[in-house]
Design a binder for this molecule. Sequence first.
Ligand code: IMP
Ligand code: MG
Length: 179
Amino acid sequence: MKKVQVLDKTFKLYLPEDEIQSIVRRMAADISRDYKGRNPIICPVLTGSFMFAADLMRDLDFDARVSCVRFSSYQGMASTGHVKEILGFPKECTGHDVIIVEDIIDSGISMERMLEQLKQLNPASIAVCTFLFKPGSFKKNYKIDYIGKEIPDDFIVGYGLDYDDMGRTLRDIYVIDEQ
Ligand code: IMP
Ligand code: MG
C-alpha cells in the first residue's frame, strides 16, 4: 500500500488518480446536461477546490464565468466551527445561475455560511457541487446537488486538499494512517 508523509502524519492511498478523473468526468457530464444552453457563474471555494475545479471545468461543454470565493474554517485536522469570509461572492451573482464548487463537505458548516451569504445576492438559482462528502459528520439539511463520492469520516489529503496547508500537490487522495 502506497504511503506518504505530510508534516508529522502518515497517510495511505485511498483514491487513485484514475478513479478521481473518472468521477470528475461523470460529474462534468451531469452538470453539462443540466446547464445546457445556460451560462452559470462557477464559484470554486479556495483553496482546497482549485484542482477539482480546474479538472471539472475542462470537461464542461458550456462556457462559464469563474469567480473564486474563499471561506476558511479548518485548522490542522479539525473544523474550528467558525467560518471566516476572506473573499466573498461577487455582485454579478445577482440574477444569475451560480454553481458553488467545493472539494469536500464535512460538517456542512462552511457551505451553510456560504449559502447564507450567496442568497443575499438573490441569484436566479444556486447549485452545490462537492467532490467529496462525509455523510457521517454532516449536520445540516440543505440540498447538495452534485456529489462525487461519499467517504467515511476519516481525514484525507491530496488533490488540492491539505493538512495544515501541505499535501495539496499529491495527484491521488490519501487517508490518515492510524497505525
Ligand atoms: P465543513 O465546514 O466541516 O463542512 O468543512 C469543510 C471544509 O473543511 C472543506 O472545504 C475543507 O477545506 C475542510 N476539510 C474537511 N474535511 C477535510 C479533510 O478530510 N481533509 C482536508 N480538509 C478537510
Ligand atoms: Mg475547503
